[in-house]
Design a protein around this ligand. Structure first.
Ligand SMILES: Nc1ncnc2c1ncn2[C@@H]1O[C@H](COP(=O)(O)OP(=O)(O)O)[C@@H](O)[C@H]1O
Ligand SMILES: [Mg+2]
Length: 220
C-alpha cells in the first residue's frame, strides 16, 4: 500500500482509488480508531463534511479516499484566493460549533461545562481537502467539547505561529481576517488556552514557540 500521509500518531495509506487506511502507530489503544470512527459517523449524520467511514478494526480505520488538494496546497497554487479560503475555513468553524454536544466526547481540561460545543482544535489548511464536491475536514484526533473561541484561537495561533516569509505573512493575515468575519466567534477570549495548548506541542521549534508566546500576551 502506498503511504500518503504520516502524522503524529497515525500513518495514512491508499488502499485503492476509493479508500484510505489510517493506522494508529505505537500499538496505540484500539479505542483511538474506534473513537475516531464513531465521531466521523456522528459528524456525517449531522451533515458535517467529513470522509465516509467504511470499516474499523483494531487500530485501523478505513475511510473514503478524498481526491483534491489540501487547502494548504490550494493556497500555494492560488495565493490570490487566500481571503476566499479563509472565509471557507471560518464557515467550517461556524458550522461545527453550531452542532449539539453529542454527550460522549471528552471536554477540554478546565472547561466549566458551560458552553460545550464540538471543537476540532487542529482546524488548519492541511486538514481540509478541497474535493470537487466541496471541502472535507479530516484529522479529528484532537476533537473535544468546549468553548468555540478556543477552536478559532487555535487556528489563529497555529497559522501565526509559523515562521513565514514576508509575502506569506501578508497572505496568512488576509486569510485570518476573512476567517474572523465568517467564523461567528471572537477568538480573543480563547487565546490564553490556545497558546498554552500550542506550547505543549513537543514538535514546535524554538522560533515557533517564541512567536506563539508573543501571541499569548494580552491584546496580541
Ligand atoms: N480520507 C482521506 N483521503 C485522502 N487523503 C487523506 C485522507 N485522510 C488523510 N489523508 C492524507 O493524509 C495526511 C495525513 O492525515 P491526517 O489525518 O491529517 O493525519 P496527521 O496530520 O496526524 O498526519 C493528510 O494531510 C492527507 O494528505
Ligand atoms: Mg493532519
Amino acid at each position: 500500500m502506498e503511504l500518503i500521509g504520516r502524522g503524529r500518531e497515525a500513518d495514512v495509506y491508499a488502499v485503492d482509488g476509493d479508500r484510505v487506511l489510517r493506522r494508529f502507530r505505537n500499538g496505540g489503544p484500539a479505542e483511538d480508531a474506534e473513537d475516531e470512527a464513531r465521531l466521523l459517523r456522528w459528524l456525517a449524520a449531522q451533515g458535517y463534511p467529513v470522509p465516509v467511514v467504511h470499516d474499523v478494526a483494531g487500530t485501523d480505520l478505513v475511510m473514503e479516499r478524498l481526491h483534491g488538494p489540501t487547502m494548504s496546497e490550494a493556497l500555494r497554487s492560488r495565493p490570490w484566493r487566500a481571503p476566499a479560503y479563509g472565509a471557507l475555513l471560518g464557515r467550517l468553524h461556524q458550522e461545527l460549533h453550531g452542532l449539539p454536544d453529542p454527550g460522549w466526547l471528552p471536554g477540554l481540561p478546565g472547561g466549566d461545562g458551560g458552553d460545550a460545543r464540538v471543537l476540532h482544535l487542529d482546524l488548519h489548511p492541511e486538514n481540509v481537502i478541497i474535493t470537487d464536491r466541496g471541502p472535507r475536514v479530516i484529522d479529528w484526533s484532537t476533537c473535544r467539547v468546549g468553548r468555540p473561541e478556543v477552536d478559532v484561537a487555535m487556528t489563529f495561533v497555529i497559522l501565526r505561529g509559523i515562521v513565514l516569509r514576508p509575502h506569506e505573512r501578508l497572505l496568512i493575515r488576509g486569510f485570518l481576517r476573512a476567517m474572523a468575519r465568517t467564523c461567528g466567534t471572537d477568538r480573543r477570549p480563547g487565546m490564553p488556552v490556545a497558546t498554552e495548548r500550542r506550547l505543549e506541542d513537543p514538535h514546535l521549534t524554538e522560533a515557533e514557540a517564541a512567536l506563539v508566546r508573543r501571541l499569548g500576551r494580552p491584546y496580541a
